[in-house]
Write a protein that binds this ligand. Structure first.
Ligand SMILES: [Zn+2]
Ligand SMILES: [Zn+2]
Length: 132
């Protein structure tokens, strides 16, 4: 059971629109105050104007000039699709120690009035500090 963050009422799972279906695992709505809660999925990291790590979602990624020989390349169907779309650049996440292709810009290159969080939303699995 999921509780409403506003009034504490019991949230009900509601049908998603096509767009919501792509972005969220589930959408809940509070019958009292109509507040909506979204259960996100990793796929969401592939959307948005700025480049972010496909695993942990951090915006703190660096662009690589060439492939790093040590860290692995994260790839998957979506990455492959994006490479097909062209203009992909190679990025590195120091939290997950992966390289990945993305054609979006770094968040620091996009001028936004409010800066997004720079810390990853999910801690690295082993809890160690980034080694770079
Ligand atoms: Zn509520
Ligand atoms: Zn990461």
């Amino acid at each position: 059971m999921v509780k409403c963050g506003q009034c504490g009422g019991e949230l009900r799972r509601v049908h998603r629109t096509f767009f919501e279906h792509l972005n969220y695992m589930a959408v809940y709505e509070c019958p009292k105050c109509k507040r909506r809660e979204f259960a996100s999925r990793r796929f969401r990291y592939h959307l948005g104007p700025a480049c972010r790590c496909p695993l942990c979602g951090t915006y703190t990624v660096v662009r690589l000039k060439e492939r790093d020989r040590i860290d692995r390349i994260h790839s998957g169907f979506l990455i492959w699709l994006k490479r097909l779309a062209g203009g992909s650049r190679l990025y590195h996440c120091r939290w997950c120690r992966i390289q990945f292709f993305d054609r979006r810009k770094l968040v620091s290159e996009i001028s936004t009035p409010k800066a997004p969080p720079t810390r990853p939303e999910v801690k690295p699995p082993d809890g160690t500090e980034p080694g770079r």
